[in-house]
Design a protein around this ligand. Sequence first.
Ligand code: TYD
Length: 204
Amino acid sequence: MTARGKFITLEGVDGAGKSTHLAWLVDFLRRRGRTVVQTREPGGTPLGEKLRGLLLSEPMHLETEALLMFAARREHLERVIWPALERGDWVVCDRFTDASFAYQGGGRGLSLEKLQQLETWVQGGFQPDLTLLFDLPVEIAMQRMAGAARQLDRFEQEKTDFHERVRAAYLARARQMPERIKVVDARLSCAQIQKQLEDVFATI
Ligand code: TYD
């Protein structure tokens, strides 16, 4: 019987450089012989990608936002994540439920209780095997975003205090779940971060 694959998620405030590290990580795992499914949230399925388009552009009530995030997640788990893990593939996902606790919870102020209800409904006790939280001070993250050549989305356009609350919520979760969530200092150079990631994956 094939062993179940591992579910790895990447998190962090907007502008933390997560996308660069994700590409490196997927390549690193493939070089180590893993079959890797690279995916993202919100999104990862045809329906999820449509919901992503709405979530990143349309103004909406904060509970609608949370419900749509979890609706996209339900589809993603059922159609992509769980089948891949069953096949023995590794799944590397750009954001997952920790982002809902950080953005809808910390950023927007949705209660922890409602988020926990949605989490239990949509995923039961299922959790990532490992989460890498790319952390850096919000002012640096915002400078990086300001330098981006593209149009900023609805979350990226939020003010500094929103991003501060998101960061604080992420760090609070990392303190609550230190076994699962590893904090990576995103101010370090790419080479230094890659070294840290190699060390983390040496134990998995
Ligand atoms: P992001 O992952 O940063 O994509 P890109 O690198 O292409 O900008 O964008 C997704 C946005 O969605 C990000 O700002 C955080 C937000 N988000 C939530 O608010 N809640 C969630 O549950 C998830 C998965 C994402």
